[in-house]
Design a protein around this ligand. Structure first.
Ligand SMILES: Cc1ncc(COP(=O)(O)O)c(C=O)c1O
Length: 391
């Protein structure tokens, strides 16, 4: 590992790479020294299908389409993917705008809400993460605004955790002013250590959106494509978003791609009023990767598998002798363990890595597991063996 050169040449917001991936398959990877790791990070909600899946790799290996297609042209795989997304998305979402990432999907969603409502304010959840564009930072954690105090969207309001009836009433009060273009949130919040809102929360907020002409934007960039045991987390609450942002699990990392999908009515307004051209929006190869990955998730019923695996992980977690017993949040294969102290969380994550298990983190007290939805039972057993040694 050339860590010194990494520090010199690679821009990043962590200090040094703790993990090197030289070779990978399924939910297992090896470093260049041949040490084996079980991966419970799933690329932080990207790898809903694990590393180098043979079916997807074979399809991509036989790709012989054009390397690029000008976004203004016709390309049949765009139609195929957009139609597929319309079929699997909740409610009346039909028109997909082509973007290369989650941040840009959120950006288009925010702009669509402004164009469709003529309003410029947003309500979101305090501490959230929706990406790194100016718009996405504005509806994320208030701390992001400190980076650019005068330049982010100024008119944003945040509601605090927990996402219960009380928080929903706060949101409702804001929305009743009829000044807000949209309420935006992850339906189940991966970025807050798998925060699971109550049913009442989403009932009150979605009714308030409907009654006040406010759009509901579901950010499913991290929670989509089977992660929570449904194709989209919105389905757990019967939500019918006006706009939905997706990326990450849309290709499971087989290519960078995202979409802002919206109702036909809002789609038409965006087409008439906005500029949504994206040079690398849906390049041909990435489009084919997204189709292959999405069909693979559907055909192998990986969302249902994630729902079934919830019990397996819950039991393994229960049987892990943590010195600080965590608060466990789990929906499908979205798992958050919140410990009492940051020191203990840090210790568990670094010991686990030494013992051959890769874990991710959310805040300083919370570790998260987002394993691939096709993780094998052997990999789960090996992973928890390493975790028990690290608890
Ligand atoms: C919920 C959510 N929205 C948006 C984004 C931004 O996606 P990207 O990193 O692809 O720009 C992320 C990334 O972590 C995310 O978790």
């Amino acid at each position: 590992m050339e860590l010194e050169k990494d520090r010199l040449f690679v821009g990043r917001d962590n200090t040094a790479p703790a993990i090197e991936i030289a070779r990978a398959s399924g939910s297992t990877f090896w470093n260049s020294m041949g040490k084996k790791f079980i991966d419970f990070t799933g690329g932080w909600c990207v790898q809903n299908v694990g590393y180098n899946d043979p079916h997807i790799m074979q399809e991509l290996g036989s790709f012989n389409g054009p390397n690029y297609a000008l976004p203004y042209y016709y390309f049949d795989k765009w139609v195929e993917l957009a139609e597929l997304l319309a079929e699997i998305s909740p409610g009346n979402l039909e028109k997909s705008f082509r973007v290369p990432s989650g941040s840009e999907a959120v950006e288009v969603a925010l702009q669509a809400a402004m164009a469709a409502t003529g309003r410029n304010r947003f309500v979101s959840v305090e501490g959230a993460y929706h990406g790194h564009t100016m718009g996405a930072l504005s509806v994320g954690d208030s701390a992001f605004k400190k980076m650019f105090p005068k330049n982010t969207l100024l008119e944003t309001s945040k509601i605090g955790l927990p996402l219960s009836e009380k928080a929903a009433k706060e949101a409702e009060k804001l929305l009743k002013t009829e000044k807000f273009a949209a309420f935006i949130a992850e339906p189940i919040i991966m970025n807050l250590g798998v925060e699971i809102p109550s049913k009442e929360f989403w009932e009150i907020v979605s009714d308030a959106c409907r009654d006040t002409g406010t759009l509901l934007i579901a950010d499913e960039v991290a929670s989509g494509f089977g992660r929570t045991g449904k194709m989209f987390a919105s389905e757990h609450y019967n939500l019918k978003p006006d706009v939905m942002a997706m990326a990450k699990g849309m290709s499971s990392g087989y290519g960078p791609i995202g979409a802002a999908i919206m109702t036909p009515k809002i789609g038409k307004i965006v087409e008439e009023k906005l500029w949504t051209y994206s040079t690398f929006g849906w390049t041909p190869y990435n489009t084919v990767a997204a189709i292959a990955n999405t069909r693979h998730i559907l055909e192998n019923r990986l969302a249902e598998r994630a729902a079934g695996m919830e019990k397996v992980f819950a039991k393994e977690i229960e049987n892990t002798p943590f010195k600080e017993k965590p608060e466990t949040r789990i929906k499908g294969l979205a798992i958050g363990l919140r410990f009492r102290t940051p020191e203990y969380r840090r210790r568990v994550v670094s010991k686990a890595l030494e013992n051959g298990l890769a874990l991710s983190t959310s805040d300083d007290r919370t570790l998260v597991m987002f394993p691939a939805l096709d993780i094998s039972e052997n990999e789960i057993a090996e992973g928890f063996e390493a975790l028990r040694k690290s608890a």
